[in-house]
Write a protein that binds this ligand. Structure first.
Ligand code: F6R
Ligand code: ZN
Length: 187
């Protein structure tokens, strides 16, 4: 039999760069993140075009039972004293979970339940994060390198950005070269 071997897409573990697949890319910039950071005047003083994070994902089926695979590259930086972070979301289909794998850099994965209980997991090259259903998630880059994380999630999960539009319960700030966690009352 003369079977040819299919060449699958690849991820370069050290950098998180995806190759050999149909890819979708999205950049999220300072100008897209109005109201997300605590210090809105500080955000407005930064260049709107500056990219905060890039997401690159395989363009695969969104059908029930199928999985998406993507990499987020969250750049180092701060808005005021608050570290760069993703917008963060619940899945529109709340029961759908996700797995994140740390690839490079250092930061935190902020998780928050629908009851408002928040927790933080260290993320680093090799870390594995099981995000259960009904749990909002946000990446925070507390390091000086790019924070890259691979994610696998159900095609049907969708994103609900509105449920936490007023913010998560915890915010992460740099103070005197240390990481400070602050609890927000309305988060
Ligand atoms: C997908 C997922 C990640 C994020 C990405 C950007 O369910 O969790 O691929 O979408 O890290 O973050 P958001 O979507 O919050 O802007
Ligand atoms: Zn998600």
């Amino acid at each position: 039999m003369n079977l040819s071997f299919i060449q699958p897409p690849q991820v370069e573990w050290a950098s998180g760069v995806l190759a050999d697949g149909p890819l979708l890319r999205k950049s999220t910039r300072i100008q897209d993140l109005a109201g997300v950071f605590a210090d809105e005047p500080a955000r407005q003083q930064l260049a709107g075009e500056r990219v905060v994070y890039d997401v690159e994902m395989l363009d695969t089926s969104p059908a029930e039972g199928e999985l998406y695979t993507g990499v987020t590259h969250l750049y180092p930086g701060r808005v005021g004293r608050e570290y760069f972070m993703t917008r963060g979301h619940f899945h529109a289909r709340r029961e759908q979970g996700e797995v994140y794998f740390g690839l490079r850099g250092n930061g935190l994965l902020l998780l928050q339940t629908e009851q408002g209980e928040a927790r933080l997991e260290n993320i680093f090259a090799g870390s594995i994060h099981i995000i259960p259903g009904f749990t909002a998630h946000r990446l925070i880059n507390t390091g000086s390198d790019v924070l890259s994380a691979l994610a696998v999630w159900p095609g049907v999960a969708g994103h609900d950005y509105m449920a936490l539009a007023s913010g998560f319960k915890l915010r992460l700030f740099e103070e005197n070269q240390t990481i400070q966690v602050k609890e927000v009352q309305n988060g």
